[in-house]
Design a protein around this ligand. Structure first.
Ligand code: CDP
Length: 230
């Protein structure tokens, strides 16, 4: 069967990575989390004093982009994908609220996007991948054979993020999370470079009232239909 590229884009916290991961596992494809790459750049900025009260030190970051190497590897036990920043496991650190607060400003910088997009295209060279993000179907892989655009209401998304943090045993404030979700939606949709938008040929998936199983079936059915047609 022909191997294809699957692009899953959409708003923050609507469960894209969960669905992309399970789809990749079910069909034997590799999964790539493009958001984790922007998060790793944000973490690099926090760790290297490139964030101050005025915001991101853009000129300094531009000159240090060549020091940022992002890769992924599979956890030997859980098989989940782990994000490495310069060879170090940063999977947990990149999910902090501190990183979430600045990541969308960093993802709006043209030189950061150019660098990440180049790396993402390399990851898709051999096909057989599922990649999730904001601009995968529009900019990174405009020719992807399967494109899905996921959405859900901001309140549903904030509640999911809240439940996820509580389940991890950490503290969370629902209103703070909702505010962060809405703020990132705004930045992602209004930025000049690669704004978040549904590709014309992407299928819309509103999962506000869908269970994980229903979602999984929806994606599998679509995948089978597309690969049969290829
Ligand atoms: O998991 P969540 O949806 O909250 O976000 P993420 O996928 O981890 O991505 C973090 C941030 O990176 C997003 O809020 C976007 O601002 C940015 N991003 C992007 O601009 N382009 C992508 N392809 C992926 C993420």
């Amino acid at each position: 069967m022909k191997r294809i590229i699957i692009a899953i884009d959409g708003f923050s916290s609507c469960g894209k990575s969960t669905m992309a991961k399970s789809l990749a596992r079910n069909i034997g494809y590799l999964y790539f989390d493009s958001g984790a790459m922007y998060r790793a750049v944000a973490l690099f900025c926090l760790n290297n004093n490139l964030v101050n009260s005025d915001g991101i030190d853009v000129n300094n970051l531009r000159s240090r982009m060549n020091e940022i190497k992002i890769s992924f590897e599979a956890d030997p036990i859980t098989k989940n994908s782990i994000t490495l920043l310069n060879g170090k496991d940063v999977e947990k650190d990149i999910r902090s609220l501190e990183v979430s607060r600045i990541v969308s400003q960093i993802a709006a910088l043209d030189f950061v996007r150019a660098d990440m997009i180049e790396q993402q295209r390399c990851m898709g060279k051999a096909k057989g991948i599922v990649m999730d993000g904001r601009d995968i179907g529009t900019t990174v892989f405009p020719d992807a054979e399967m494109k899905v655009f996921v959405t859900a209401s901001a309140e549903v998304r904030a509640q999911r993020r809240y439940d996820e943090i509580i389940a991890r045993g950490d503290k969370a404030d629902y209103n703070e999370i909702l505010e962060n979700v809405q703020q990132r939606d705004h930045i992602d949709q209004t930025r000049e470079v690669s704004p978040l938008r549904k590709a014309d040929d992407a299928l819309l998936l509103d999962n506000s009232h869908m269970t994980r199983e229903e979602q999984e079936q929806w994606l599998l059915t679509l995948f089978k239909k597309i690969t049969e047609e290829c």
